[in-house]
Design a protein around this ligand. Structure first.
Ligand SMILES: Cc1ncc(C[n+]2csc(CCOP(=O)(O)OP(=O)(O)O)c2C)c(N)n1
Length: 619
């Protein structure tokens, strides 16, 4: 059965892409859990949820499995609305123990004696929330089974002191160093220490046993079982049965697995096969990528490396995504100025704040969706003391197949409200490099958001230019309508302007560059001329760029201006190709043209109708 499941996963992911290596690593574990426990009444929670493919196949979704991560298809993550077997919606890491403990406490109150099992990877264990939950779970002593899926990998090789501790590198040099330190420590307690030391010395095994990974969890009042070989079904089933039958209180089962197990290319390069696009089954090689310019991510990585070569105070920080954020080269060239903090976005931000207080300039590269974790750290630790930290928000906007857990569609709203924070979005990769240069020279916090995917192919200026903070540019003059697109919507707006020109509509297009502070003068001047304004953003409408423009125009009572705000609706957008989702949300070229034509058709009664959100009128 394990072989069948693996074949199905590999064949499907080769066709449609997905999280391959994490899912292959837990096939036996998934089988054993469903074999021993009484799901869905026993509650099973997958941390991150990217390893849930075998779980989906085993819980009634085999028929639809081919639609995974596609528009209207199965989600790539556990989803309560999809199946009773999906206990908890996940996508962001390190939540499973907290959720599991909540469920265990609820079951206690409800006098329901079913089991709760949280499966968490060693990478996700680097997230602070996991420890907050272990801390409370140990204290409460509730029945909670935590399965640690230890494959020594996050997306890239796992980092941190905990990782070495877990990976049982308690041999050789580490072991003798520890032994010496222990001897000295125990000897300092004269008689008692000497006695314990003698007992420990008698048996090498007991000495080693003293320093197993279990120590850590036992100190947190968890029972510890393991390490268990994670591809040995018999061993897994026996262990889970014992825990199911006899386990009481919080128990951690340490299972050792191989990421990518069963598909050679994924076993050899688990980081490359963590999440993949379609690939050739026989060779493992990715299907030919569409020709075109490199990604925004790559342009960011290259520019930062160039800047760091000139400026020794620039450092880079990632939260477990060195490759995803484009920092692999930087890490190679400047190992002492590169920090992978683990899946710990909150810590990453406050760590950056600490560096900044000493005159270092940290560049924190985090996907927009994961910076949501660090809102308080951004406000309290960086913006309040006005520290010069640059935030690079990759994957801002609609990310596509990963869906609602991963769309980065809130950052304009949650960053522009913070005093001292400069918020920018480049129209292309050339502007991205100038913005990065500008942010690093700026004496306070600044954030740059840019989309997932390829750049526009524009020629890069050889020299980096410092931009004036809060200054936009007029890209095209016109009298009938002013288009105010931000970031990646600029190309769509220029295309719409060209279409509208064919219909005799004269369109002005501004590149605002800054969402905070806004270029008030430029926007007010052109809005006064056109009297019809359309804002376009790949962010939720609520509180985003359009809201900022509305706030600005509302202060200017002399100039009645009609405004249409195009942006993402007040729902969680589903998964699917980026262009499909943009069209659905009404922020693509066609939607801009339609909004413009609708505005031109309306009788001009400007004093009555001041502000219109797309679809709704306010009088
Ligand atoms: C808060 C957060 N930050 C970053 C990520 C991106 N991410 C997805 S999986 C992963 C690594 C998880 O490693 P581990 O828990 O060991 O699971 P494995 O993939 O090795 O099975 C990372 C960093 C995320 N999902 N959530």
């Amino acid at each position: 059965m394990a072989a069948d499941i693996r074949r199905e996963i590999i064949e499907t992911v080769a066709k449609v892409g997905g999280h391959l290596a994490p899912s292959l690593g837990v096939v036996e574990l998934t089988l054993a859990i469903h074999y021993v426990f009484d799901t869905p009444d026993d509650k099973l929670i997958w941390d991150v949820g990217h390893q849930c493919y075998a779980h989906k196949l085993l819980t009634g979704r085999r028929q639809h499995f081919k639609t995974i991560r596609q528009y209207k298809g199965l989600s790539g993550f556990p989803k309560r609305s999809e199946s009773a077997y999906d206990t908890f919606d996940t996508g962001h890491s390190s939540t499973s123990i907290s959720a599991g403990l909540g469920i265990a406490c609820a079951k206690d109150i409800l006098e329901d004696h079913k089991k709760v099992i949280a499966v968490i990877g060693d990478g996700s264990m680097t997230g602070g929330m996991a420890f907050e939950a272990l801390n409370q779970a140990g204290h409460l002593g509730k029945n909670l089974i935590v399965i640690l899926n230890d494959n020594e990998m996050s997306i890239s090789p796992n980092v941190g002191a905990l990782s070495s501790f877990l990976s049982r590198k308690m041999t050789g040099a580490t072991m003798s160093k520890l032994r010496k330190e222990m001897e000295q420590f125990l000897k300092s307690f004269s008689h008692v220490g000497e006695n314990i030391l003698q007992v420990l010395k008698k048996s090498e095994t007991s000495f080693k046993g003293f320093f197993t990974p279990g120590m850590l969890f036992e100190a947190l009042e968890f029972g510890y079982v393991g390490p268990i070989p994670g591809h040995d079904l018999n061993a897994l089933i026996e262990t889970l049965r014992n825990v199911n039958d006899f386990g009481r209180g919080p128990i951690l089962i340490h299972v050792v697995t191989t990421k990518g197990k069963g598909y050679k290319p994924a076993e050899d390069r688990p980081d490359d096969y963590h999440g993949v696009g379609p690939f050739d089954l026989a060779t493992g090689k990715p299907n030919a990528a569409s020709a075109g310019p490199p990604s925004y991510t790559a342009f960011f990585g290259d520019t930062l490396t160039r800047i760091a070569a000139q400026n020794p105070k620039v450092v880079a920080i990632t939260a477990a995504m060195p490759a995803g954020t484009g920092l692999t080269n930087f890490a190679k060239q400047f190992p002492d100025r590169f920090f992978d903090v683990g899946i710990a976005e909150q810590h990453a931000v406050t760590f950056a704040a600490g560096l900044a207080t000493e005159g270092i300039h940290p560049v924190v590269a985090i996907y927009s969706t994961f910076l949501q974790r660090s809102l308080d750290q951004v406000i309290h630790d960086v913006c309040l003391p006005n520290l010069p930290v640059t935030f690079m928000l990759d994957r801002a906007g609609l990310v596509g197949d990963d869906g609602p857990t991963h769309h980065g569609v809130f950052d304009l709203s949650f960053l522009r409200m913070i005093p001292n924070m400069v918020v920018m979005a480049p129209k292309d990769e050339n502007e991205l490099q100038h913005m990065l240069h500008t942010a690093i020279l700026h004496p306070g916090p600044a954030a740059i958001r840019y989309p997932r995917g390829q750049g526009t192919g524009i020629q890069l200026d050889a020299e980096l230019r410092q931009m004036e903070i809060g200054k936009g540019e007029i890209l095209q003059e016109g009298n009938d309508i002013l288009l105010l697109p931000i970031g990646n919507r600029i190309q769509a707006a220029l295309a719409a302007a060209a279409e509208l020109a064919k219909m005799g509509i004269s369109v002005a297009v501004i590149n605002p560059r800054f969402v905070s502070p806004l270029d008030r003068d430029l926007i007010l001047a052109w809005a006064a001329k056109a009297r019809r304004v359309i804002t376009i953003e790949e962010n939720v409408k609520k509180g985003g760029f359009g809201s900022a423009v509305l706030e600005l125009l509302a202060t200017d009572h002399d100039q009645p201006v009609r405004v249409t705000v195009l942006g993402l609706p007040d729902t969680f957008m589903e998964q699917g190709p980026q262009e499909t989702l943009r069209s659905l949300a009404g922020i693509d070229t066609q939607a801009i043209c339609q909004a413009a034509m609708a505005m031109m058709d309306k009788k001009s009664n400007d004093t009555e109708v001041r502000v219109e959100e797309s679809g709704e009128k306010k009088r």
